[in-house]
Design a protein around this ligand. Structure first.
Ligand SMILES: [Zn+2]
Length: 327
């Protein structure tokens, strides 16, 4: 039987519902927070408010993409998930972000083989996540399991370390059937990521390549999907990068070209200032993650993107991509 592995247990894919396929709920530290305090998402109550609003807007599930070494906080994430039990399905992540966030000589990824690291990632999928997120020698494995593995690559190049992370993701998928989701920097190198994963043995129909919308080139998006991989348009409401109208024109064209089964949507609201729950704490207002359903989807409808394509992007494609591969 097909299943999706949420942090509170496995579910039938038909229960997954409207999904934000790449987002951030709890991030308690890590290299991004060192870069900017705006990346700190450490308040369960503020995150819960954000999730409540996502549910009120019609959302039913969310794939939370904070991996090992990037502020993943399993105890807080579980507290959040428990507080929303029965209302929303959350997927937790094992694996890694882009290689630049890890020490290339002395991190445990550097000093062990890809096969050895994949064993440890697989345990987070099959046995349970480490409450310490593999940040030291003491492992406290809990019952909650990761339902996706992440890898990441740099801007306009893929380092040897990034390739190792992609290999770890593919090996973990081969071992466990877990779906893969990849951070690309500004959408660059996404095609090369797909080819590398395929060469490492990954099943691209259970692989999501994220942030491609930041390179708003629909011909490139088509080329990526022609490998069999799915892509995520994860971040409307970021006009400093690309206005929504460009995303919508591209999505409409890609649907007309027959690609609606390979596109997923999300907000990727990985900063406090992008979320309503955190913003209101400091006297600011925005639509937060609910923007996707309350603003962007109506814009897609107004532009003439058919409802069955929108339903594929929000419901049917996530249910299929995030299902485990059955061996
Ligand atoms: Zn993200």
């Amino acid at each position: 039987m097909a299943f999706i592995r949420t942090v509170l247990g496995d579910i039938d894919p038909s229960e997954f519902g409207v999904c934000d396929s790449h987002d951030h709920m709890i991030r308690s530290g890590g290299p991004e927070v060192v870069e900017s305090k705006d990346f700190l998402l450490d308040d369960v109550e503020a995150s819960r408010k954000e999730l409540e609003r996502w549910v009120e807007a019609g959302g039913k599930s969310m794939v939370c993409m904070d991996p090992i070494g990037c502020g993943r906080n399993v105890p807080k994430f579980l507290e959040l998930a428990e507080s929303m039990r029965g209302k929303v399905h959350l997927i937790a992540t094992t694996g890694f972000q882009k290689g630049d966030f890890y020490d290339h000589k002395v991190s445990f990824v550097a000093t062990n083989t890809a096969e050895e690291v994949a064993e440890w990632c697989a345990l987070e999928v099959t046995e349970g996540m480490d409450l310490n997120s593999y940040n030291g020698p003491i492992v406290k494995r809990c019952k909650a399991k990761a339902g996706v593995i992440k890898a990441g690559t740099g801007y306009c190049n893929i380092s040897d370390f990034d390739y190792k992370l992609l290999k770890i993701a593919a090996l973990t998928q081969l071992k466990t059937g877990v779906p893969i989701s990849v951070h690309t920097q500004m959408g660059s190198m996404a095609y090369d990521v797909a080819i590398a994963l395929r060469d490492y043995g990954a099943d691209l129909s259970h692989t999501l390549i994220c942030h491609v919308h930041k390179t708003p080139d629909r011909f490139y998006h088509k080329k990526i999907m022609d490998t069999g991989a799915c892509i995520c348009y994860d971040g409307p409401d970021r006009p400093k990068y690309v206005p929504d109208s460009v995303h919508i024109d591209n999505l409409k064209w890609l649907v007309e070209q027959g690609y609606q089964k390979q596109i997923l949507l999300s907000m990727d609201a990985g900063k406090a200032s992008y979320q309503s729950g955190y913003s209101e704490k400091i006297g600011r207002k925005n639509l937060g993650i609910a923007y996707l359903l309350n603003r962007f989807v109506p814009e897609m409808q107004e532009a003439g993107i058919p409802q069955d394509a929108i339903d594929d992007m929000l419901i049917h494609n996530p249910a299929r991509v995030f299902s485990f591969i059955e061996h």
